[in-house]
Ligand binder design. Structure first.
Ligand code: NAD
Length: 257
């Protein structure tokens, strides 16, 4: 399946753990070249690279994607490592802690918005030129896929108004970029996970996790492996070449927008 992903050059931000790591694994299994990215140092990522065991096809880059200059350097180095860029997966993001509206100060605001918005805007901004070149040279559309959230649909849990709002903005940014870049044959889609079993939920008690699971039609959290195929589909020109500007919900029926 998705044979056209072989040798495609893919940058996955936030891919040392959780959803991003499974997405990176799935692209590697499909024969793609992958740049993994995270905030840990290259030496800390060595064991992960050897475990993935795809020499010459997998690379690691460190960057704090809350910083514009580091977003620019990340894209530049990824393009150098792989010889170009065909697919960008903006996956890095997170809650950044919980804070009710009256407790939000500038530091909290800047951290959540930097992590979920500046990262997506700036990494995508610097990726546009290589993605445009990819489409021009290959005759296939290039693809930007961003991890949104069910919180972008329903507002987020208590204390997560900025997180939920930032994911809603991510969903909407893509709708705008469709208008600007479809002429360049770049597609933009969002994957909106429901409740997926990752470190994202590490602060929750078992009782709370059970309550949440009870609110999901399938009665359980999703697994990262259940997220990854949707990213492959959206990256594949053969499978989804006419799909752009969409939010694909992968949430076990937790919400049916
Ligand atoms: P995770 O914590 O396992 O993964 C987050 C990734 O982002 C990690 O690889 C981390 O290294 C990276 N990251 C975080 N801050 C960074 C920074 N400043 N600079 C560089 N990298 C940074 O959690 P996850 O659940 O796999 O989250 C992945 C994405 O999925 C996030 O965008 C998250 O908002 C979204 N999401 C998760 C869920 C869920 O239930 N797990 C639900 C909806 C959306």
């Amino acid at each position: 399946m998705f044979e056209d992903l072989k040798d495609r050059r893919v940058l996955v931000t936030g891919s040392t753990a959780g959803i991003g790591l499974e997405v990176a694994r799935a692209f590697l299994a499909a024969g793609a070249k992958v740049v993994l990215h995270g905030s840990r140092s290259p030496s800390q990522a060595e064991s992960l690279l050897s475990e993935l065991s795809a020499p010459g096809r997998v690379f690691y880059l460190q960057a704090d994607v809350r910083e514009t200059a580091q977003c620019e350097a990340l894209v530049k180095q990824a393009v150098e490592a792989m010889g170009g860029l065909d697919v960008l997966v903006n996956n890095a993001g997170g809650l950044g802690g919980r804070q009710g509206l009256e407790g939000i100060d500038d530091d909290f605001f800047d951290n959540v918005i930097g992590l979920n918005i500046r990262s997506v805007v700036m990494v995508t901004r610097f990726a546009i030129e290589p993605l445009r070149a990819s489409a021009r040279q290959s005759g296939q559309s290039s693809s930007v896929i961003t991890t949104g959230s069910i919180a972008g649909r329903e507002g987020g849990g208590l204390g997560a108004c900025l997180y939920g709002g930032s994911k809603a903005m991510v969903h909407n940014l893509h709708r705008n970029w469709v208008k600007e870049f479809t002429k360049d044959s770049i597609r933009f889609n969002t994957v909106a996970p429901g409740t997926i079993d990752t470190a994202f939920h590490a602060d929750k008690s078992d009782a709370l996790k059970q309550t949440i699971a009870g609110s999901i039609a399938m009665g359980r959290f999703g697994e990262c492996q259940e997220m990854a195929p949707t990213y492959l589909y959206l990256a594949s020109h053969a499978a989804s070449g006419y799909v752009t500007g969409q939010v694909i919900d992968v949430n076990g029926g937790q919400m049916c927008p």
